[in-house]
Design a protein around this ligand. Structure first.
Ligand code: R5P
Length: 295
């Protein structure tokens, strides 16, 4: 088996290859002067199961992934697993208004053109993978995030809203601490207050756990509110750190004690490895393939 490293995650791909005992394929990728992408896989992959690791944070990342999947086929791969640690466009998981494109479904269908299996980590909603016509596996890096949060003395986990409770609840369970979610409460006609639904955070060391940090607005608002309500420390943790538009400064200004993300998108603050989650995902793909053969 070979792992094909996409240019978005070369380090992560190498770690995954090492952990599963696979070879690391040699690839080339570049951008033409007009902005078009080019990829080539130099390692023969004849009749091998192949894993391509490439997050799709940008449109170029996405096109590169699609090109790599085609190149795997051209190199003779027996089966192709697309590991997409950060699955871009996942937040457009519904047609919120008439006439909108269902972006997450479009991307899933495009990946399915040349990949039989898809593994992703903490997508905004797992239901997006229903649009992938193959074996799809959703893995989570929450146990690894939680392990790190434990070392910071966190004693309460909060989800930024009710929709994010499952992920935060999983972290809290792993850490053996309480959890709650933040809720907007209307105080009067002019005032809306954000506060935990049930638990008083005064004196607590809190971690807000979400799927991603983009502009940091969600976490920054929550942090300043919790500190104003008496929380001792607020730590922000998410799987994917996009950090757009001065997100880190926004978070620091809000008084956050630490920011923790996973290396699905490499960066200075990506201190938690997605490799264990990806290896679990690849093992689940392999088990399903074995089951199909024996049936
Ligand atoms: C929203 O549904 C997501 O789960 C995140 O809470 C959100 O996208 C974070 O974005 P930002 O960092 O820009 O507030």
């Amino acid at each position: 088996m070979h792992v094909v490293p996409g240019p978005a995650n070369p380090g992560l791909a190498a770690t995954v290859a090492n952990r599963i005992g696979a070879g690391l394929a040699e690839t080339e990728s570049r951008t033409f002067p007009d902005g078009e992408m080019y990829v080539r896989i130099n390692t023969p992959l004849r009749d091998e199961p192949v894993v391509v690791v490439q997050s799709t944070r940008t449109n170029d990342d996405l096109v590169t992934l699609l090109l790599l999947l085609d190149a795997c086929r051209a190199q003779g791969a027996r089966s192709v697993t697309a590991v997409v640690p950060y699955f871009g466009y996942a937040r457009q998981d519904q047609r919120f208004q008439d006439g909108e494109a269902l972006s997450a479904a479009v991307i899933a269908r495009a990946i399915a053109l040349d990949a039989q299996n898809l593994v992703t980590v903490d997508p905004h909603k797992p239901s997006i993978l229903e649009h992938f016509h193959g074996t799809s596996i959703v893995e989570t890096a929450v146990p690894e995030l939680a392990e790190h949060l434990k070392t910071l003395g966190v004693d309460l986990v909060l989800a930024p809203d009710a929709g994010a409770r499952d992920r935060a609840g999983e972290a809290a369970k792993f850490m053996g601490v309480e959890m709650d979610h933040l809720e907007k409460q209307r105080i009067d006609a002019h005032t809306v207050q954000i506060a935990p639904k049930n638990i008083n955070t005064a004196g607590r060391v809190v971690a807000i756990v979400d799927d991603l940090i983009s502009t940091g607005g969600t976490m920054a608002r929550a942090t300043s509110t919790l500190l104003a309500q008496g929380a001792k420390e607020v730590h922000c943790a998410a799987t994917h750190g996009l950090f757009v538009d001065n997100a880190v400064k926004r978070l620091m200004d809000s008084g956050v004690k630490s920011i923790l993300v996973v290396d699905t998108i490499p960066g200075k603050r990506a201190d938690v490895s997605a490799a264990p989650a990806i290896v679990r995902g690849i093992e689940r793909v392999q088990k399903r393939a074995e089951k199909t053969v024996t049936n």
